[in-house]
Write a protein that binds this ligand. Structure first.
Ligand SMILES: [Zn+2]
Length: 262
């Protein structure tokens, strides 16, 4: 298709642009994980950042004035999930809305039996299928980036949901190539999800945040955070989960993780 061809050519040009030095120093300052990446990954990441910043609309909300620091810090973390694969740069996503800190979301929640609850909920970030947007609290973005080994990262979490949206269902599975891959994914993920639910019910400490026990979609997002931030612990304690995520992300964060220093 001509459209695909043009899009590809435009992205090639964006990736080849030289990366502004000021942006690079933002990354070195705000994103310790960036400095630990293999240098070929660093350059691939910078290329992806150019594409993402050119294609997505960023908007400051709640009085937040957008800066390059905000845009670049968010984009670089989002692009960490795209390395080493063919990517269409989060095709379901148009806008990234950034609040200064936790914001109030007005939400109707379905409780079952035709009962809806309306409530205001304080949130740090969220996204949804067909929302076309992703919302983030800037102070939490910065906190998540600043500690690359605490297992918590808001941007990785919300963008993992976007990967999940790329195939037809929100089921905690990103798009995979073959039926066999889906089967292997489902086998490992459902076992690990059940284990986290059990740990949550019995109050047993676990590597993954218990929020991942909410449903398979949250499990994938929470597991993605831990995969990049606690890879050595995950590889040691949950090797099947680590292997599954390493195969999908085509990365081995255990090899450059900051965990050892802790
Ligand atoms: Zn989530």
């Amino acid at each position: 298709m001509i459209f695909t061809f043009l899009k590809r050519r435009r992205r090639d040009r964006l990736r080849a642009r030289s990366f502004p030095a000021a942006w690079k120093s933002i990354l070195n300052r705000n994103l310790p994980i960036f400095r630990r990446l293999p240098s070929s990954d660093q350059s691939e990441l910078l290329g992806h950042v150019q594409v993402l910043l050119a294609e997505k609309h960023f908007e400051g909300c709640g009085g937040l004035e957008l800066t390059d620091e905000i845009r670049v810090t968010i984009a670089a973390q989002a692009c960490l999930l795209l390395l080493h694969r063919e990517t269409d740069y989060y095709p379901e996503l148009t806008s990234i809305l950034v609040y200064p800190s936790a914001y109030i979301a007005h939400e109707d929640r379905y409780l079952g039996d035709n009962i809806w609850e309306q409530g205001d909920e304080g949130r740090l970030g969220h996204t949804g299928r067909r929302m076309g947007s992703l919302v983030l609290a800037w102070d939490e973005v910065k906190r998540g980036a600043a500690d690359p080994a605490d297992g918590r990262n808001l941007v990785l979490h919300e963008f993992a949901h976007q990967l999940d949206f790329e195939d037809s269902r929100t089921d905690g599975a990103p798009p995979l190539s073959t039926g066999a891959e889906y089967l292997a994914w489902a086998r490992v993920m459902s076992r690990e999800f059940e284990a986290l639910r059990k740990a949550d019910e019995t109050g047993t400490p676990s590597l993954l945040d218990s929020y991942g026990a909410t449903n398979p979609a949250e499990f994938f997002a929470v597991a993605t955070e831990a995969f990049f931030e606690r890879p050595r612990a995950m590889r040691a304690k949950q090797p099947a989960l680590y292997a599954q995520l390493a195969a999908f992300y085509r990365q081995d964060p255990a090899s450059y993780s900051a965990e050892a220093a802790r």
